[in-house]
Write a protein that binds this ligand. Structure first.
Ligand SMILES: Cc1cc2nc3c(=O)[nH]c(=O)nc-3n(C[C@H](O)[C@H](O)[C@H](O)COP(=O)(O)OP(=O)(O)OC[C@H]3O[C@@H](n4cnc5c(N)ncnc54)[C@H](O)[C@@H]3O)c2cc1C
Length: 307
């Protein structure tokens, strides 16, 4: 029996009521709507379930991949071997731990978390309301928008290692920098993050969220599947501006195209494969480099097929 089948049997024994999907299409779990089957996919609801899954995978030497809302991942057409742990919609919970501190489990969306903060008249997460990912994915990426980043408010993160033990990362130890965090160099799962916020006026908080949502709708191709900004902001200038100046708006490979509305986005026109997107990423990098001497680096996480 191969290791993945052994893992499935083991999980069915250890967690009898646990949902395990086999050959689930990653396209159903990514905002690009791209990606072949994951050999095994699981949806833990609690720390205990997550720890049991991680321990079983470690014993059988199956590498787990973590997926939040899949809004920053390009999954391969051939799918992925091994285990994918999905947090969105199952690994849930929000709590007011002090009058100004909100704690969110990793599977909560940033929108749910920002709304909870607003209901509790707490300001500081308005910028994150329109970022379409989970708290875990957001902390992993240090997601940011409109002058805010999660590093401004994330003060304490609980992280689970592959052996099921947890560790607290506080303040600077979370290692935030532009679109990265200490968790990108760790193997394991972000479990929960606490956000330190400021007392505010609920109407003003909601008005700011609405204003930012309108800005987003006006400038981003939200009607088409994508993973947001494809490239990181280079030191010199903005990726979208460089791509537009190079005349690449509308450039396409197969079903993937540089958005006409926002040159920083590669969109799926309906039938794009991961191979199309990867070829377009490469083409944009080459053309921008030839025109400007600047090398664009992908912000989107490019998953490979192998363990
Ligand atoms: C329309 C659109 C607009 C966007 N706008 C913005 C924006 O304004 N600003 C911005 O920063 N981003 C933006 N993004 C990108 C994306 O929403 C963010 O990067 C978001 O934080 C990703 O969260 P996620 O839950 O979808 O993560 P996923 O895409 O599921 O995962 C991203 C990475 O995080 C890892 N990961 C996820 N959860 C965990 C966890 N619990 N523990 C450990 N690792 C984990 C994954 O393995 C993967 O490597 C946009 C995307 C779209 C589609």
């Amino acid at each position: 029996m191969d290791r993945v089948s052994e893992l499935k049997n083991k999980l069915s024994r250890v967690l009898p009521a646990f949902e395990i999907a086999e050959k689930e299409l990653l396209a159903k779990h990514t905002s690009f709507r791209i990606g072949g089957p994951a050999e095994l996919m699981v949806f833990p609801r609690t720390r205990e379930e997550l720890a049991a899954v991680l321990r079983a995978a470690a014993e059988l030497e199956v590498k787990p991949r973590i997926l939040g809302a899949g809004t920053n991942v390009l999954a391969p057409d051939e799918g992925v071997r091994g285990l994918v742990i999905v947090t969105r919609e199952t690994f849930m919970g929000l709590e007011l731990v002090t009058p100004t501190r909100v704690a969110a489990m990793a599977g909560m969306t940033l929108a749910q978390t920002a709304n909870f903060a607003a209901r509790n008249r707490l300001s500081g997460l308005e910028f994150a309301h329109g970022i379409p990912g989970t708290v875990g994915g957001g902390v992993y990426m240090n997601a940011g928008a409109y002058g805010g980043e999660l590093r401004d408010v994330a003060v304490r993160t609980e992280f689970m290692h592959l052996d099921g033990t947890t560790e607290i990362f506080e303040g600077e130890r979370q290692g935030f920098a532009y679109r990265t965090s200490a968790f990108q160099t760790q193997k394991g799962v972000i479990v929960r993050t606490e956000f330190e916020l400021r007392p505010g006026d609920e109407a003003a908080i909601r008005a700011r969220m609405k204003e930012l949502a309108e800005k987003r709708r006006a400038s981003q191709p939200l009607e088409l599947p994508s993973a947001g900004s494809t490239f990181k902001r280079p030191q010199q200038g903005y990726a979208a501006a460089l791509i537009e100046q190079t005349g690449l708006k509308g450039l396409s490979v197969g079903g993937a195209a540089v958005s006409e509305k926002h040159a920083g986005f590669i969109v799926n026109k309906g039938c794009a494969s991961a191979a199309d997107v990867l070829a377009l990423v490469k083409l944009v990098q080459e053309r921008v480099f030839d025109a400007t001497g600047i090398r664009l680096e992908p912000e989107v996480r490019l998953w490979g097929a192998e363990e």
